[in-house]
Design a protein. Structure first.
Length: 241
C-alpha cells in the first residue's frame, strides 16, 4: 500500500503536525473501510421451496445455515434468500432481472423440482434455465448451477432429456455445476428406508438435520464459487456464449 503524501514528514508547529496526522489517520481508515467493503461478497440463492426453507424456522433454512457454514470458515459473505416456494424455472426466469441487483457478485441457481412435479417439457425448462444463465453472464455474475435428477416415472426419454439440461448448460456458460441439491441426503450410503429421518412429514422437503447435510455437501462448491468471484478482475469482461 502506498504511503499517504506527507506522512512521516516533520513539521515545525504542533498544530500543523496534529492536523496532518489526523488527515492521514482519516485517509487510512477510509482506505481500510474501502478494502473491507471490496472483500465482502454477496451471493443470491435463486430457487424454490428447497432454497426458501419451506416448513422450517427461518434460522434453520438452507440460506441461513449455508451463510453460517461459510462464515465459520472465514468467508465474508452474505447469502440472499431468493427462493420462492412453488416456483418453476419459468418463475425464476421472470424474476432473475430484479434478483441480480448491483451488489450481487454470484448466484446459486437451484430450480427444476417443480418442473418435475408438473411434468413440464424438459425443452421448456432448458430454455428457462438458459435465460437465467444468460442474464447472469450479461451481468458478469458467477454462477453455481445445481441440478435435481428426474425420477423414472415419466419414462427414460424424459429422464434423459431433463437430466442432461444441467451439465450441458453448465458447460455452455462455463458455470460451476453440482449434480443434485439433495446429494447430502443420498451420498452417505444409508439405505433409502433411512432417509426419512432427514425429511419433513411431507416426505419431500428436508428437515433441519437434512439441511445440515445438504449444506455440508454443497458448501465446498459454494466456496469454489467464492474463489471464482475473488479471482475476477473488478471491471473484467466475462465472455457471453
Amino acid at each position: 500500500m502506498r504511503r499517504a503524501s506527507g506522512f512521516g514528514h516533520r513539521f515545525a508547529y504542533g498544530a500543523v503536525r496534529g492536523v496532518n496526522k489526523a488527515a492521514c489517520l482519516t485517509a487510512a481508515l477510509l482506505a481500510l473501510a474501502t478494502a473491507s467493503a471490496a472483500q465482502e461478497i454477496t451471493i443470491a440463492a435463486l430457487g424454490d421451496s428447497l432454497t426458501q426453507g419451506y416448513g422450517l424456522p427461518q434460522e434453520q433454512g438452507f440460506v441461513p445455515q449455508l451463510q453460517d457454514w461459510l462464515q465459520e470458515r472465514g468467508h465474508d459473505v452474505t447469502i440472499i434468500n431468493a427462493g420462492v416456494s412453488g416456483d418453476t424455472t419459468a418463475g425464476g426466469l421472470s424474476r432473475v432481472g430484479w434478483t441480480l441487483t448491483p451488489e450481487v457478485d454470484g448466484m446459486i441457481v437451484a430450480l427444476g423440482g417443480n418442473d418435475l412435479l408438473r411434468g413440464i417439457d424438459p425443452g421448456n425448462s432448458r430454455e428457462n434455465l438458459r435465460g437465467i444463465l444468460q442474464a447472469a453472464a450479461d451481468g458478469q455474475v458467477e454462477v453455481l448451477l445445481v441440478g435435481l435428477p428426474a425420477p423414472g416415472n415419466y419414462g427414460p426419454e424424459y429422464k434423459a432429456a431433463f437430466d442432461g439440461i444441467y451439465p450441458d448448460l453448465a458447460q455452455t456458460f462455463d458455470t460451476l455445476y453440482a449434480p443434485s441439491f439433495l446429494a447430502g441426503l443420498t451420498d452417505g450410503g444409508e439405505p433409502p428406508s433411512d432417509l426419512g429421518r432427514y425429511l419433513q412429514a411431507d416426505g419431500i422437503h428436508p428437515n433441519a438435520e437434512g439441511v445440515v447435510r445438504i449444506v455440508a455437501a454443497l458448501g465446498p462448491q459454494v466456496e469454489t464459487l467464492i474463489g471464482r468471484i475473488e479471482s475476477e478482475p473488478e471491471e473484467g469482461a466475462k465472455p457471453s456464449p
